[in-house]
Each structure stands twice: as C-alpha cells, then as structure tokens.
Design a protein around this ligand. Structure first.
Ligand code: GLN
Length: 244
C-alpha cells in the first residue's frame, strides 16, 4: 500500500511549522510498512488530480495568502475540485482553510478563494482570535476531541456545509456561532495550527485510512501504534484549552 501526498505551497504556507503534520503522517505510515510519497506543488505548478490521495495546505499570514491565492485559483482550482470529487482526502489549516472558501475579505479587498466549500471569511473589527482550543468532532458514530492552538484575524462563516466540530474551549471559526472548521466527505479545514496531527493522532489515522481507501479502493484496518507520547501531547493541549 502507498499513500501519495501532495504538499501545496510548502514554502509559502507553513506558518507555525504546519509542515510538521506531513512528517507525522509519514512516520505513522512508515511504522506500519505503508509507502509514503510527498510531491511538492508550488506557485505555477499544475498537478494531476488522479495522482494523489491526500492534499495538504498549511497556514499563512495575510501577505502569504495574497501571494498564493491567485495562483491557486488560476492553476489548481479544477484539479482541486476533481480531487475532492473523487474522494481524495484534503487537509487545510488556517490560511489554507480560508482559501478553500469563496473569498477572504480584508482591508476592503476580496481575495478570491477556491470556492471548493461554501464558506466565507472576513477580517472584521476586533482582536485576533488567539489561544488554545478544543472541539468535539463526531466521527463514525462517536465523539472525538481535537485539541490545539488557533491564531487568526479572519472570521469564517459557513454556508451550506458542515462544521468540523463544536467549540468546547476557545474561539473557533468566528468566536460567535460555536463552530470550528469545516468537514465535507474527506475534506477537513480547521484553524488548529502547527502540530495539529501529533496532538491528535486519531485524526492523522482517519486521514491516512481515507487516503489509502482513495488509492486502493478499500478502507484498511490500521495497525495500532504505541501512542503514549501522542496521548500525553493531546492531554497537555486539552489541559491548556481548559485553562484558557
Ligand atoms: N492570515 C489569516 C488570518 O489571520 C490566517 C492566519 C494563519 O494562517 N495563522 O486570519
């Protein structure tokens, strides 16, 4: 078995070392004897939507987002849609998450997004939404907790789509409606940053299983790993969120 990951704008969209999530996915695959291939896709590059099982885009400052948004729309929009429609897994974090939507509006300017999911982001009056966060996510009939850290000025509102989770602690999409992130089929968008996957190994495995199913046509039973360190990281993140 092999997982083929496409890393979108690894140099431009990597705030808080969001790229570390890729290393975590790779390590978990290698420990299980599953092949793992990373292809970088930067400005100007086009990609074959049938050739990847997991598409990853990290976060970025407003200026990084402006720099990649037009390129994303011009050279990657169709392929992104095809990949999503074919059931490829997509994980987009913070700035990358915002660009999945219709637009990101700031300082009277509208940065056009991919329009892949029905959401909009606006930089409104008010402070940045910063701090530890935890959310409850319903997955395969049970409730799981994601814990992490958020730091965004944009406020995201969802249209005809579903949030990734319900905010337990922290701000979430906009600090008002109690929603965090977005989830549609195998697409996940979230404001949770940096070591999101190392702190939430279950989400990493969920994405790995979805990606392998996309490649091989069957959802594999993933071998359990020794997750003592990951569980401790999760507990620490959760405690930080509880304590505000
Ligand atoms: N520039 C975006 C915002 O502040 C996203 C920031 C980020 O990726 N941390 O809303």
């Amino acid at each position: 078995m092999k997982l083929r990951l496409l890393s979108l704008y690894p140099d431009q969209m990597n705030i808080y070392a969001d790229r570390g999530n890729i290393l975590f996915l790779q390590q978990r695959c290698e420990w299980r004897g599953i092949g793992f291939e990373v292809t970088r896709c930067g400005p100007g590059d086009r990609f074959d939507p049938g050739a990847f099982d997991l598409l990853y885009m990290g976060g970025g400052q407003d200026r990084d987002q402006k720099a990649v948004a037009r390129d994303l729309v011009e050279t990657k929009r169709e392929a992104m849609r095809e990949a999503k429609d074919s059931g490829a897994a997509i994980l987009a974090v913070c700035g990358g998450y915002q660009l999945l939507g219709e637009h990101y509006e700031l300082d009277g300017e509208k940065i056009e997004g991919l329009g892949l999911v029905d959401l909009r982001t606006v930089r409104e009056e008010g402070p940045r939404l910063i701090g530890p966060v935890s959310i409850a996510v319903r997955l395969d009939g049970s409730e799981r907790i994601l814990a992490g850290f958020e730091n965004h000025g944009g406020r995201t509102r969802l249209g005809e789509t579903t949030p990734l989770g319900r905010v337990l602690h922290g701000h979430g999409n906009n600090g008002q409606d109690g929603h965090e992130g977005v989830r549609e089929d195998n697409l996940v968008g979230t404001y949770l940053h940096g070591p999101l996957l190392p702190k939430n190994a279950w989400l990493a495995d969920h994405l790995i299983a979805a990606a392998l199913e996309h490649h091989h046509g069957e959802r594999p039973e993933l071998e359990p790993l020794d997750d003592r360190l990951e569980d401790a990281a999760h507990e620490a993140a959760l405690a930080a969120a509880r304590n505000g």
